[in-house]
Design a protein around this ligand. Sequence first.
Ligand SMILES: [Zn+2]
Length: 235
Amino acid sequence: MFSKKHGFFVLKKKYYIFVVCFLLVVSSVVVYFTAIRPTFMPKPVHTIVIDAGHGGKDGGAVGKTSDTSESFLNLQYSLTLGKICEEFGFKVIQTRSDMGGLYSPFAANKKRSEMEKRKEIIDKSSPDIVVSIHMNSYPSSEARGSQVYYANDSDTGKLLADSVQKTLFQNIEYSKNTAKVGDFYILNCTKMPAILVECGFLSNPEEESLLLEEEYKQKFCYNLFCGILKFYKNF
Ligand SMILES: [Zn+2]
């Protein structure tokens, strides 16, 4: 590749084209990544509160065939979503990271105590967004599909909900195609964009077994995350 001329190593002519091509490829790759990264990578300062619904004595809904508690699945989905968010540079705050309840053991009204604790965690974290994870249940076992809710008076909550619902609809079978207004404490307790995601129905045996699958959980949480990213991109 090199020949010696006047004491210096000189590139042989036939290798010029190779070196020029190599430099072009390297510079294209550098330009591509520096140009693309900011459009789809969130800034590391983004903070998300992920709220696994229920916990402790409040197990939430129960699986039709497996007896799995909603609080357990909420936690699994929250931890998986949190891991994906962290991998993409988000700061993640989980309202709970085990099966314990968030209420004070001395509280007379455990539900109220638990909800106040969730609000306290959200207020302290000053997050950009709040995502609460739940599993649905309905008397008819026919009902199925994920549904995203937002607070009535929150325009940014609606944008986030629409973005997540649309992505779930496109990629997770049976997901609803329209986000809905939901009157939930976790959505009303903050001014930040907040959504509550009912990931699926534990009362539908087929959906219940899907929700319990590791592969389905990963796919679902990944798409939930993609919906969040699209919200940031358009916001
Ligand atoms: Zn629930």
